[in-house]
Design a protein around this ligand. Structure first.
Ligand code: SF4
Ligand code: SF4
Length: 342
């Protein structure tokens, strides 16, 4: 039996409901679900079907989100529920992001948790933050919202790892409790790639969300997944970096991620390291101060260097911090303040 929880962010229209949670803004007729399959119109009221149904819960290093500049070296309780508003053909969490299992079984998988239990779990495991991640956090917005509000009372920070495809209303609503976000781009935000490989009609809402997050003073890091053959244009990567640098800030950390064959895109090879390095070079040329390589363990571009004097600030290997030379948030050598929350 699917337990239902009334949804936030929707309004009634003639003959149905309009969901205002993500940028798809689905029109949902009575008895139907939205594109994400986790929001149902029952008698012209919208319900979240995955509320409190936690499909994964782990204590992760915050570096895994990835967030390299937000309480480096801390632990983050990471949770998710099923569902996604994207259909990425290379999703590495497809069994939980693509909520087709609900269609097949009529059940929403996951273990029952209350927001209180999640916050307690975070405290018990000495987590500095709770991350809403693995799938798309907007898809379990109601649970994330309540948990985030409660977490703040216990001085625990909240992190969304998101595809950024939110409405203005959603960003506004969560912003009070959202401390940081990792916003994930694929293929340098190429609109054709988003249509073809992710079933996403437009990329503009992601850029809009980023601007709104900045305005709401949410700490931002950005990832860009470089997909061989179809999404590895150096020029497009440069353009995205340029946008971040000029429209947001040159202080925003950018992670250039290696693609790994997954789900339905198994015939592609992993992205060559040389391609990632070229992307990183281009991104740095736009003035971005912190550009990282992702998924290549042991590479020097996993480290943080002072953008002024090139001093090694944080040495990393994979998701672990091996050495942190920062003095509070400053370079120990030249004393310059870095964009790091400590
Ligand atoms: S969250 Fe997005 S995909 Fe799901 S019903 Fe609402 S508008 Fe549609
Ligand atoms: S947005 Fe993320 S979780 Fe959703 S399908 Fe794409 S890769 Fe998977």
């Amino acid at each position: 039996v699917v337990k239902m929880h009334e949804a936030m962010l929707w309004h009634k229209e003639r003959n149905g409901i309009r969901c205002d949670l993500c940028a798809r803004r689905c029109f949902i007729a009575k008895g139907k679900k939205g594109f994400c399959l986790v929001r149902l119109n029952k008698d012209n009221k919208l319900y979240s079907l995955n509320y409190g149904k936690i499909i994964s819960v782990n204590v992760d290093p915050i570096e895994k989100k990835p967030l390299f500049h937000f309480y480096p070296g801390s632990s983050s309780l990471s949770i998710s529920s099923v569902g996604c508003n994207f259909r990425c053909q290379f999703c590495c969490n497809a069994p939980i992001s693509q909520a087709l299992v609900i269609e097949q079984t009529g059940k929403v998988p996951g273990e029952e948790y209350s927001p209180e239990e999640i916050v307690e779990l975070a405290e018990k495991n000495n987590c500095r933050s709770i991350s809403y991640t693995y799938t798309e956090p907007t898809m379990f917005f109601e649970f994330a919202y309540k948990t985030a509000r409660l977490a703040h009372r216990s001085n625990i920070a909240n992190v969304f790892v998101t595809n950024g495809y939110m409405t203005e209303e959603a960003v506004k609503k969560i912003s009070r409790y959202l401390d940081a976000a990792t916003v994930d781009f694929k293929a340098s935000a190429d609109p054709e790639f988003y249509k073809k490989f992710m079933s996403v009609p437009s990329v503009e809402p992601i850029f809009d969300s980023l601007k709104r997050m900045k305005k709401q003073r949410i700490f931002i890091e950005i990832t860009n997944l470089i997909v061989p053959k179809f999404g590895d244009s150096i020029e497009k990567c440069r353009k995205l970096a340029q946008w971040i640098s000029s429209e947001l800030s040159s202080n925003i950390p950018l992670h250039i991620l290696q693609f790994f064959p997954n789900y339905q895109l198994l015939e592609l090879p992993p992205t060559p390291v040389s391609t990632l390095e070229k992307c990183i070079d281009e991104a740095k040329k736009t003035g971005l101060r912190y550009v990282y390589i992702g998924n290549i363990v042991g590479h020097s571009d996993e480290n943080t260097y002072c953008y002024n004097c090139r001093e090694l600030l944080i040495k990393r290997s994979g998701f672990s911090v091996e050495k942190n030379n920062l003095v509070e948030d400053r370079c120990p050598t030249c004393g310059l303040k870095m964009n790091v929350i400590v």
